[in-house]
Design a protein around this ligand. Structure first.
Ligand code: COA
Length: 277
C-alpha cells in the first residue's frame, strides 16, 4: 500500500488508489472507485464506486463525489461543495441506472459550498466562486459567480483574474503568463493547458489581494502612458482605462456567449486544520 489512510477512514475493496494519496478522518472510498496519485481527501469525504478521480486532486472536508462523476488531474474541490447525479430525484422512483455524468476538467476549482447540477462539464482551469450554483457548461478559465452562475471574467492557472497587459493580451499578475481569446476559447500563450506548472510557480508568494492591488496600479500606469502616446492601429484586445480598471478590473474583458448544457457523454502526522490539504 503506497497511499496513506487514517485509521478512521473506510476503504472498500476492490478499488484503485494511486501512490502518495492521503485519505483523512472518516472518509469513505467505495468499492470500484478509481483514484489517482498524490490526491488529498479531507475529513468526511466520500468517493462512490463508479467515480473516477485523476492525479493531484485536492478534495476538502465534507465533499461527496457521486457515481457518474469524472474528475481530471489537478482539480480543487472546496469544502462542502456539492456534486449531484440525478436532475429529477424522487424518493419513490429508483434511478440508479440513470446517473447523469458530470465532467470536471483539468485544473478546475470549485469554491466552498458551491453546487454543481449534474450533466454539466466544467472546463479546464475554470473557477467556481464560493456558494455559486452551476447548471450549465462552463468554458475553460471562466470565473463563475453567483446563483445562477454568471461569468464575471477569466481566472489564470494560478487563480488570478486576468487583466489586459501592455501588448493587448490578458496577463496573470503572478506568473506573467499571457492568455488570448481565440474563436471564443481562452488559451494560455506561454504554457500548454496539458503541461505541468513549472516548479518555480508551485508555491504562492503573496495573498490574492496583494496581486489585485499591484496589477490595478500597473494597469492604471499603462493606461496613462497610452493616453500620452500615439494610439496603436493594430490593438485588437480591450484595454481598461484607469477609471474603469479601478471600478471593475475585468468589466471590459471579452466574454464568450452563454454556454449550453452538455449532453451526457460521456500513525501519520496529524493533518493541519486548513482549507487546503
Ligand atoms: C470569486 C472570488 C475569487 C473573488 O473574485 P474577485 O473578482 O476578486 O471578487 P471581489 O472580491 O473583487 O468582489 C467583486 C464583487 O463580487 C462579489 N463576490 C465575491 N465573491 C463572491 C461570491 N463567492 N459569490 C457572490 N459574490 C461574490 C463581491 O461582494 C463584490 O461585489 P460588489 O461588486 O457588489 O461589491 C472569491 O470571492 C471566491 O469566491 N473565492 C473562493 C474561495 C473558496 O471557496 N475557497 C475554498 C478553499 S478555502
Amino acid at each position: 500500500m503506497d497511499y496513506f489512510a487514517h485509521p478512521t477512514a473506510i476503504i472498500d475493496s476492490p478499488c484503485e488508489i494511486g501512490a502518495g494519496t492521503k485519505i483523512w478522518h472518516f472518509a469513505h472510498i467505495c468499492a470500484g472507485a478509481k483514484i489517482g496519485a498524490r490526491c488529498g481527501f479531507g475529513q468526511n469525504t466520500m468517493v462512490a464506486g463508479d467515480a473516477v478521480v485523476g492525479d493531484n486532486v485536492k478534495v476538502q472536508n465534507n465533499v461527496a463525489i457521486y457515481g457518474g462523476t469524472t474528475i481530471e488531474n489537478d482539480v480543487f474541490l472546496g469544502p462542502s461543495c456539492v456534486l449531484t447525479n440525478v436532475t429529477n430525484p424522487r424518493s419513490q422512483v429508483n434511478r440508479h441506472s440513470l446517473y447523469e455524468r458530470t465532467l470536471i476538467r483539468r485544473g478546475a476549482t470549485i469554491g466552498a459550498n458551491a453546487t454543481i447540477v449534474c450533466g454539466t462539464t466544467l472546463g479546464r482551469y475554470c473557477f467556481i466562486a464560493a456558494g455559486t450554483v452551476v447548471a450549465k457548461d462552463v468554458p475553460d478559465y471562466a470565473l463563475m459567480v453567483g446563483v445562477p452562475a454568471r461569468q464575471q471574467g477569466w481566472m489564470s492557472r494560478h487563480g488570478h483574474r486576468l487583466k489586459p497587459g501592455p501588448d493587448g493580451s490578458l496577463r496573470c499578475p503572478e506568473s506573467g503568463y499571457r492568455y488570448e481569446l481565440r474563436d471564443g476559447a481562452l488559451r494560455c500563450l506561454d504554457l500548454d493547458e496539458e503541461a505541468p506548472l513549472p516548479a518555480e510557480f508551485a508555491v504562492g508568494k503573496q495573498v490574492y489581494d496583494a496581486f489585485k492591488t499591484a496589477s490595478l496600479i500597473s494597469t492604471a500606469r499603462t493606461s496613462r502612458s497610452r493616453l500620452n502616446s500615439k494610439p496603436r492601429s493594430n490593438a485588437s484586445c480591450a484595454t481598461a482605462s484607469s477609471s474603469s480598471a479601478k471600478k471593475s478590473p475585468n468589466s471590459r474583458l471579452p466574454l464568450p456567449s452563454s454556454p449550453g448544457r452538455s449532453t451526457p457523454s460521456g500513525s501519520a502526522p496529524a493533518p493541519t486544520p486548513s482549507c487546503s490539504r
